[in-house]
Write a protein that binds this ligand. Structure first.
Ligand code: ARG
Length: 608
C-alpha cells in the first residue's frame, strides 16, 4: 500500500513538470495524524515557486482524483494537509484489515510452512555485504566487548538477510600478534606447574590457565623492571626480547614446535568459543557461506605483498623512524587529517593494520568489488578504523557508504558482585550462568532462552554506541522494555490462540470482513493493527541504517499496544461473532513479535 501511495504522489507532480520526484513516506509520531505522512510538498515547494501549504493542498486535491481511479480506491479514508505543509494519509478500516491479512500471509513464509523465515523485503536484492563481528582473541577471555559485537553483529546480519541482501558473516579471530610470543615464553617458563601443554589441554578450564600464564608474564616482567636489582632488570629485558623473537619465529613458520603450541592454543580457544556461540544461539555456518578466518591467515607473503604493492603504486607508503607509515595529509603534522597509520614495523613483521589491509583486499578479491564491508568492533578502536577506512578509500578499494565501522560502547557494572576490579577478568560464562539462575526463577524450562533474551535485548534496545550500565533488574524485568517482557507478551498471545482453537474459533480476516459486521469497532484493535502494518518499513529502515534498536523499540511499542488490547478486551469468546477477527489480529501480533525478536536473535519459548 505504501508503494502505491508513493506512486500516486509521484504522479501528482507530473502536471507540474517533474517526473522523477523522490518521495519519502514516514510514520507520524502520533497515531491521530494518520498512518503515513510525507514532507514532499515542503521539500519541493521552493523550486516550484510555491508556498508549501499551497503545494500540499494542490497535491491533496490531485491525489484524491487519482485515487478514485486507482487500486487504492476505497482504501484511503482521508488525505489532508497539516501544519507547515505535511500531507497526512489515513487508511480506511478495510484497508487496515487487508494489510493485516497480508502480514499473516507473508510472515507465514513459503506457502503454509509457517516457518517464519519468509523474506521481509527485497530492498537489499543484488547487494552483497560482509559483516565481521565477534572476533575474540585466541588464548584470551571472550570479553563483554566481544559479547556486544556478537549480539549486534548477529542481529544486523539477520536483518540484512531478511531484507534481501546476500550476507557473509565473518568471525575475524585474533590469533596473531606479539602476545603469542609472550604466551609462548610463559608456557615454556611456568607451564610445568600445570603439567605442561598436555596438562593444560586436559584441565577443566585451559583458557583460564593460558590467560593466567599470559598475565603472569606481564606481572613478573613489571616486578623485575621495578626492582633495584640490576640483574633482575636485565632479566626482564631478556624476557621481552625473547618473546619478540618467539613471535618472529612463529610468523616465519619455521619452528614446528612453536607452531604446534600455537595450534593447540587456537584449538582450545575455538572449542571454548563454539560453546559460547551455542549458548547464545549464534552461528558461523560454512554451509551458509560464513567464515571464521584468523588474522594468521593474512600474514603470508602472498597476502601481504599485494598490499605493499598497492600502497606503493599510490605512493602512500612512507618511511618514518624505521617503520612504514601512511600519512593523511603531507608529512607536515599541521596538514594531518588523522595521525599517521603504521603499516609495517621496523623489524619487518606484520602488524594489526597490515593484516586488516590484507584481509580487506582478500575480501574484495573473493567477493567482488561492489562488496559492502562492515566491522562491528568496540568504540575504543574508532581512531584506528578511521585510519584504516581512509587508507582503503585512498587506495580506491571502497567508495563512501561501502565501508563501515559500527562501534559499540562499554559495559559498566553497577552491581557490586560483577564489578571489574583492576586486572580482574569478567568471564562471560559467569554472566550467562547468573542470567540463567535469575531466569529460572521465572520458568525453569525456558531459563536459557529467557537469559539470552535478557542479555541481548538489553544491548539491542539502545544505540550500539551507547555504554550499557549492567543492571540485572532492568534486564530481567517482566513489566517493560526487556527481552523477557517481550517474550512473555508473545507467549501470552499464543496461549490465547490455543485457547481459541479449543473453543472452535477459526482465526479469520477475510474478504468482506472490512467495515462490515465482522470487524470489531474497538479502539485497541485499531491501534494495534495500524501499528502492525508498519513492521516491514521498520525492518527496512533498521537494515538500511544498520540499527537493530529501531526494531527493538518498535517491538516495545507493539507489545504495549497488544497488552492493552489483551487486558481490556475479551479475545477468545466463543459467543462473540467478532472472535475470529480478534484471534486473527492476535495471531498477526504473535507472528510479527516472533519474527521481530528473531531478527534480534531472540527465541520465544513455548512456556514462561
Ligand atoms: N580481535 C580484535 C579485538 O579483540 C578485534 C578485531 C576487529 N576486527 C578487525 N578487522 N580488526 O580487539
Amino acid at each position: 500500500m505504501k508503494d502505491e501511495i508513493i506512486k500516486i504522489l509521484q504522479k501528482t507532480f507530473e502536471p507540474l513538470g517533474i517526473s522523477d520526484i523522490s518521495v519519502a513516506l514516514d510514520f507520524p509520531e502520533n497515531a491521530e495524524y494518520g498512518d503515513y505522512t510525507s514532507n514532499v510538498a515542503m521539500i519541493n515547494a521552493k523550486r516550484l515557486g510555491m508556498k508549501p501549504v499551497e503545494l500540499a493542498t494542490k497535491i491533496v486535491a490531485d491525489f484524491d482524483k487519482l485515487v478514485a481511479k486507482a487500486s487504492l480506491k476505497g482504501l484511503m479514508k482521508s488525505v489532508s494537509v497539516a501544519g507547515p505543509g505535511f500531507i497526512n494519509f489515513t487508511l480506511t478500516a478495510e484497508a487496515v484489515s487487508k494489510n493485516v491479512q497480508e502480514i499473516s500471509r507473508e510472515l507465514n513464509g513459503p506457502k503454509g510452512s509457517n516457518s517464519l523465515k519468509g523474506q521481509i523485503s527485497n530492498i537489499g536484492a543484488g547487494k552483497k555485504v560482509l559483516i565481521e563481528y565477534s572476533s575474540p582473541n585466541i588464548a584470551k577471555p571472550f570479553t563483554v566487548g566481544h559479547l556486544r559485537s556478537t549480539i549486534i553483529g548477529d542481529s544486523i546480519a539477520r536483518i540484512l538477510s531478511a531484507t534481501g541482501y546476500s550476507v557473509i558473516r565473518d568471525n575475524h579471530l585474533g590469533d596473531w600478534g606479539t602476545q603469542f610470543g609472550k604466551l609462548l615464553v610463559a608456557i615454556e617458563k611456568w607451564g610445568d606447574e600445570f603439567g605442561g601443554l598436555d596438562g593444560i589441554k586436559k584441565s577443566e578450564n585451559p583458557i583460564k590457565i593460558l590467560v593466567d600464564l599470559y598475565v603472569k608474564f606481564h606481572d613478573e616482567v613489571a616486578i623485575m623492571e621495578d626492582s633495584e636489582d640490576e640483574k633482575l632488570k636485565t632479566e626482564a629485558e631478556e624476557l621481552v626480547t625473547f618473546a619478540r623473537a618467539k613471535s618472529k619465529i612463529l610468523e616465519s613458520g619455521k619452528d614446528p614446535i612453536i607452531s604446534e603450541i600455537w595450534k593447540v592454543c587456537v584449538d582450545l580457544s575455538m572449542h571454548e568459543f563454539a560453546l559460547i556461540y551455542t549458548r547464545l544461539g549464534v552461528s558461523f555456518d560454512p554451509k551458509r557461506g560464513d567464515t571464521q578466518i584468523g588474522e594468521s591467515f593474512f600474514v603470508t607473503p602472498d597476502k601481504i605483498n599485494p598490499v605493499r604493492d598497492a600502497l606503493n603504486a599510490k605512493n602512500l607508503l612512507k618511511e618514518s623512524e624505521g617503520a612504514k607509515v601512511v600519512f593523511f595529509g603531507s608529512e607536515d603534522p599541521k596538514s594531518w587529517k588523522l595521525p599517521p597509520l603504521i603499516v609495517e614495523k621496523s623489524d619487518g613483521t606484520s602488524i594489526y593494520a597490515t593484516r586488516d589491509l590484507a584481509a580487506d583486499l582478500y575480501r574484495i578479491n573473493t567477493y567482488g568489488k561492489g562488496l559492502i564491508l562492515i566491522n562491528e568492533v568496540g568504540a575504543e578502536q574508532n581512531l584506528y578504523f578511521k585510519q584504516l577506512i581512509e587508507t582503503e578509500t585512498m587506495l580506491g578499494w571502497f567508495t563512501k557508504g561501502q565501508r563501515l565501522h559500527i562501534a559499540h560502547g562499554l559495559y559498566r557494572f553497577k552491581d557490586g558482585k560483577m564489578s571489574t576490579r583492576k586486572g580482574k577478568v569478567i568471564w562471560l560464562g559467569d554472566i550467562l550462568d547468573e542470567a540463567v539462575t535469575r531466569a529460572s526463577k521465572i520458568n525453569a524450562d525456558s531459563a536459557n532462552d529467557v537469559a539470552v533474551a535478557a542479555i541481548k535485548f538489553n544491548d539491542l534496545k539502545r544505540d550500539s554506541i551507547q555504554d550499557i550500565v549492567f543492571d540485572w533488574d532492568e534486564m530481567m524485568s517482566m513489566t517493560g522494555d526487556s527481552g523477557p517482557y517481550l517474550q512473555y507478551s508473545c507467549v501470552r498471545a499464543k496461549a490465547v490462540i490455543e485457547k481459541a482453537k479449543g473453543l472452535g474459533i477459526v482465526a479469520h480476516i477475510g474478504p468482506g470482513s472490512g467495515e462490515g459486521s465482522t470487524r470489531p469497532k474497538i479502539a485497541q484493535i485499531d491501534l494495534l493493527e495500524r501499528y502492525l502494518i508498519r513492521f516491514q518499513s521498520v525492518v527496512e529502515f533498521a537494515g538500511a541504517s544498520y540499527r537493530p534498536n529501531v526494531i527493538a523499540n518498535y517491538l516495545i511499542n507493539l507489545a504495549a499496544l497488544f497488552n492493552s488490547f489483551y487486558s481490556q478486551v475479551m479475545i477468545a469468546d466463543a459467543k462473540d461473532p467478532m472472535a475470529a477477527y480478534k484471534v486473527a489480529v492476535t495471531q498477526a501480533f504473535a507472528m510479527t513479535m516472533e519474527r521481530g525478536l528473531d531478527l534480534l536473535g531472540i527465541k520465544v519459548p513455548k512456556k514462561m
